[in-house]
Design a protein around this ligand. Sequence first.
Ligand SMILES: [Zn+2]
Length: 83
Amino acid sequence: MEDKKVVSFEKKHSKAGDKTQEIEYCSFCKRPNTQVPKMVKGPGVNICSECTLIAVQYLILQDGLMSAEAQKILDLLWGVSKK
Ligand SMILES: [Zn+2]
């Protein structure tokens, strides 16, 4: 009985504590992870989902054409929108 109480409290607590989690800043736009949809963490750097899209668009525009490798990465980023 007591154990259950503790578990449910912890679940509630961690849910409420989402906003107090460690704040990471995007290395590109310097926004905290609380202000962006997603943050990709790398070794010593972070990039938010919006900067990722900008970077991907930039690379595609630079190359003009997408390589098969880039297409693979895009598929991953979009959660494989094509099924
Ligand atoms: Zn960013």
